[in-house]
Structure formats: C-alpha cells, structure tokens
Design a protein around this ligand. Structure first.
Ligand code: 9UX
Length: 72
C-alpha cells in the first residue's frame, strides 16, 4: 500500500535546486509522486514501502548535496 512521507530539506537556494531534488526523487523506483517546495523547504513523497525505504529517499537527497530530515 502506498505511503506518504514529509521531509524538511535545507540548502536549496534557487528554483533549479528544488526542481533537481524533485526530479531526482521521482526517478527512484517505488516513488509514485514527489513535490518539493523551495519556499517552505518541505518535500512530500508518495512511495511504496515494499519497493523503497525512507532511508533510501533520504540518502538520495543527501547525495544531491542537501540536508534532509524526516518530519513526523
Ligand atoms: Mo541554483 Mo541549486 O544556481 O544547487 S541549482 S543554487
């Protein structure tokens, strides 16, 4: 069953940053949708927990060069 997770992401300073993060997350297998908001520094991701973990999503964003934490 699909789940949704919200992240706080810092380090995004221009619109190309948030687009980059959003596209990067969307490319991951198991991700159904992703929305990244530059102004609020929030990302919401719809994903299938049987295919991808929150930790993998986090690692992806870190790999792109931003600081990320899950919001509970
Ligand atoms: Mo904008 Mo973001 O020139 O890494 S793409 S700062």
């Amino acid at each position: 069953k699909e789940k949704e997770v919200t992240f706080s992401i810092s380090g995004m300073t221009c619109a190309a940053c948030s687009t980059r993060v959003e596209k990067g997350i969307k490319r991951i297998d198991g991700v159904a949708d992703a929305n990244v908001n530059l102004t609020t520094e929030r990302a919401s991701v719809k994903y299938d927990p049987e295919e991808v973990s929150v930790d993998q999503l986090t690692k992806k964003v870190e790999g792109l060069g931003y600081q990320v934490r899950e919001l509970k």
